[in-house]
Design a binder for this molecule. Sequence first.
Ligand code: FES
Length: 88
Amino acid sequence: MNRMYVCSCFGVTEQQVQQHAENGARTPRQIASACKAGTDCGSCVRRIQALLGRGACPRHTPSGPGEPVLAELVGRQGPQARGLDEAA
Ligand code: FES
């Protein structure tokens, strides 16, 4: 049997977390109440969140190629642009 430990502090496996989730645990706190996972060093909490489907963070995808923020200022020859040229 292949055991993937989620919480090494308490020896809690992925399968056990999933079983607690099937039994109604919806949050890492509820998993902790069921088996103590996440209540010592806390390094497993994110993994537990991921197993519960609450840790997933949608990747940021740009809406399009966009324009450089200062694109409209390029080539602008207003007083501020001239002032910057003179200061340089
Ligand atoms: S690994 Fe789970 S509390 Fe430390």
